[in-house]
Ligand binder design. Structure first.
Ligand code: NAD
Length: 503
């Protein structure tokens, strides 16, 4: 069954399916759902309606301890990493097939929990989840070690071994996808894992773990503890039996995690953090209309809640007015708030009312700092955390709206006169996740790409790529890469073994 086949469902079809959803509220430890040890709970709220979807088990430090202990038992007895590579591959492929078969249910959980339009979950998130699991499953039996040249009386081997128990802490903007970018290489490498999803979107990842077990994955290998970052996330990151923490989220929390590592067992810390990505539109770009359409999508898809969102639009002065006019027109045509369950909806609410307040405060600050809002926020009635797309002109690099991540549907436009000025504006930022250049000159493109301080760059496109693309940032955007085969070995360690032979 293809998840894409279901986009022909109507709003009432999805509403009926949502009404019949059986939401699992437990933590997922040692192969089954269980309640939190201290019986605490927290509400999972639908940001489109403000209604509580479910009361979820609240994992605390004691639950993290239990999950890590179970994962340690699974690691030590080798029930996963000692399987033949083909057996692990079979489980991973079965898992992907089950995720695909349960695509409707997972899409609904994601849509209701986080407010993401159902069409986006089906067309973007889920296909990418499946690609990721299958990509890393395919990698499992391709991994090779080395035998080095030695004297005849020695044999020296270099092999990759899994780390043991890995902790993964993930955000709410793509709850399943950001988790799977970690989980697929962690599991493919033979590790056991304890995942702490974002408390704003706790519904889908326990189901993912249950499907792993249903696919033949041994109990205790993949555990999920829902709970707050300050309690469950912190406990996981401070745990002495966790060999590595892999994290996607804010830069502020990423910095804390490095501290927790130093305070505990010096575990490895892999960070995918914030962004403030520039898009540079050079005067010779070949199709302004096409470029503007991509710029609009680059900031307003997923309501701007994208780490690499192209929020800083740097436009050559000769194109500026035309660019802004078309940007405003196309945004109004393409992004209208609506019910995320409606397949026609392109703009859902923000993930929570608290986050809406943060975004609104940043827009108010931009106005107070002297920027001009040319894409006004239309009134949207109803209880949802909706935020209509906003564009600010007249911004400059000392304004917070240009320097700080908003993580909402908010872009700025700045005019420039020269290539050097564009690069200076682009690089004058603490983040370095992604950047793009629009030009019809190959030399210009090559020169500018090599000057841009970003881990991911695009030329004449934005957000394109596949599994071969390492994804991660420079500077305060992080210190590691997701996707790409190399992330498999980032969840492994090297063992060098020297054999003294009698010859
Ligand atoms: P966040 O940092 O608030 O939370 C992320 C996760 O960290 C959550 O699971 C949260 O519970 C946990 N957490 C919070 N405090 C913690 C603590 N003290 N100890 C341990 N864990 C803790 O981020 P968010 O608001 O969920 O997500 C938005 C951020 O994620 C943005 O900054 C965005 O740029 C970033 N992001 C980055 C990428 C990337 O690949 N670089 C991708 C998606 C999102």
């Amino acid at each position: 069954m293809s998840t894409l086949a279901n986009t022909n469902r109507s709003l009432s079809d999805w509403q009926a399916m949502a009404a019949g959803l059986n939401i699992q509220t437990g933590l997922f430890i040692d192969g089954h759902y269980q309640s939190a040890k201290r019986q605490g709970s927290f509400a999972s709220v639908n940001p489109a309606t403000g209604q509580t979807l479910a009361m979820m088990a609240l994992g605390e430090a004691c639950d993290v301890d239990a999950a890590v202990a179970n994962a340690q038992v699974a690691w030590r007895d080798g029930r996963w990493h000692k399987l033949a590579p083909r057996q692990r591959m079979d489980v991973m492929f079965n898992w992907a097939n089950l995720v695909e078969q349960h695509g409707d249910e997972l899409a609904l959980l994601e849509c209701l929990d986080m407010g993401k339009p159902i069409t986006d979950v089906l067309n973007i998130d889920l296909p990418d989840v499946l690609r990721t699991i299958r990509f890393f499953a395919e990698c499992i039996d391709k991994l090779e070690g080395a035998v080095t040249h030695t004297a005849a009386n020695a044999l020296h081997t270099i092999v990759h071994e899994p780390l043991g128990v890995v902790g993964a802490i993930t955000p709410w903007n793509y709850p399943l996808l950001m988790a799977v970018w970690k989980l697929a290489p962690i599991l493919a490498a033979g590790n056991c894992v304890v995942l702490k999803p974002a408390e704003q979107a706790p519904l889908s990842c326990t189901r993912l773990a249950q499907l792993f077990v249903q696919a033949g994955g041994p109990a205790g290998v993949f555990n999920v503890v829902n709970g707050t970052g300050q309690e469950a996330g912190r406990a996981l990151a401070l745990h002495h039996d966790v060999a590595k923490i892999t994290f996607t989220g804010s830069t502020a929390v990423g910095k804390l995690l490095m501290g927790y590592s130093g305070q505990s067992n010096m575990k490895r810390v892999a960070l995918e953090t914030g962004g403030k990505s520039p898009q540079i539109f050079m005067p010779d770009l070949y199709d302004l209309d096409a470029a503007v359409d991509r710029a609009v999508g680059g900031i307003f898809d997923n309501a701007g809640q994208v780490c690499n969102a192209g929020s800083r639009l740097l436009v050559h002065r000769s194109l500026h007015d035309q660019f802004v006019d078309r940007f405003v027109t196309r945004t109004r045509e393409l992004y209208q708030p609506g019910d995320p369950l409606d397949p026609a909806t392109t703009l859902g609410p923000l993930a929570s009312h608290a986050h809406l307040g943060n975004v609104q405060r940043r827009m108010d600050q931009a106005l107070a700092d002297g920027a001009t809002q040319v894409l006004p926020t239309p009134a949207f009635t109803g209880p949802g955390a909706f935020c209509a797309p906003a564009l600010f002109v007249g911004a400059h690099n000392r304004m917070a709206i240009v320097q700080e991540e908003v993580f909402g549907p908010v872009a700025t436009v700045q005019a420039f006169d020269t290539e050097q000025e564009a690069l200076m504006l682009a690089n004058d930022c603490q983040f370095g996740l992604a950047a793009s250049v629009w030009t019809s000159d190959l030399n210009t493109a090559h020169r500018m790409v090599s000057a841009l301080e970003a881990g991911v760059t695009w030329v004449n496109c934005f957000g394109d790529g596949d599994m071969s693309q390492p994804f991660g940032g420079y500077k305060l955007s992080g210190n590691s890469r997701d996707k790409h085969a190399s992330s498999l070995t980032s969840y492994m360690q090297i063992k060098s073994s020297w054999f003294n032979l009698q010859r």
